[in-house]
Ligand binder design. Sequence first.
Ligand SMILES: [Zn+2]
Length: 239
Amino acid sequence: MNIPILMYHQIDEPPARGAPLRGLVVSPRSFSRQMMLLKLMGYKGLSMTALEPYLTGEKSGKVVGLTFDDGYQNNVHHALPVLSQHGFTATCYGVSSMIGGTNSWDRHLGIAEKPLMTVDDWRTWRDAGMDIGSHTRTHAALTKLPPDEAREQIASSKHELEQIVGCEVRHFCYPYGWFAPEHRHMVQEAGYVTATTTQRGRVHAGDDRYTLRRIMVARATHLGLFAAKVMTCYEDRRA
Ligand SMILES: [Zn+2]
């Protein structure tokens, strides 16, 4: 059984034309139509925690993993109501030292700074049955750090987020999708049960849980393409 894990960043009205990484901002209307399509086609949208038994093969069914990187506040405003409406859950990967801040790690690229979720937002997210994952302390480029610092980024972000939200943080996402075999080990050692990458394709029960492929949904992903990405081998062929 193929398991698509979707990767979103922001759900918001798009920034000005020509803005860097504008493509990663999916409009609320598109997001709503995508979730409606999943529902109509009989899919259940699941957080990484809810997806665990499907990844191990204990359960099977029409499921789609839903993930949001970085922890943008617009996820709470625009994605959360839609997810709740359909009875879906999702995982948002937070940057633990930037709670209530902005995506300042992108500043040097000229990317518009957007507010990240505050402590209250994270609690709202959690109380709605959503899941919280880690995306390091500072949105770290792990492959450019000495091993000790990389290990610290991976382990301490888990503890910080757990302190803040008061629930277990079981899932990790590599910032920029960058990792080497030693980082995969550090993630496992820190007690996470999965890690997602930016490698393309759908996953299957029994795949390595620390190098999970995902499917990027961008602003340009029209509904027909979205359907092809989820329901056909479109992404697998581009792996
Ligand atoms: Zn990120």
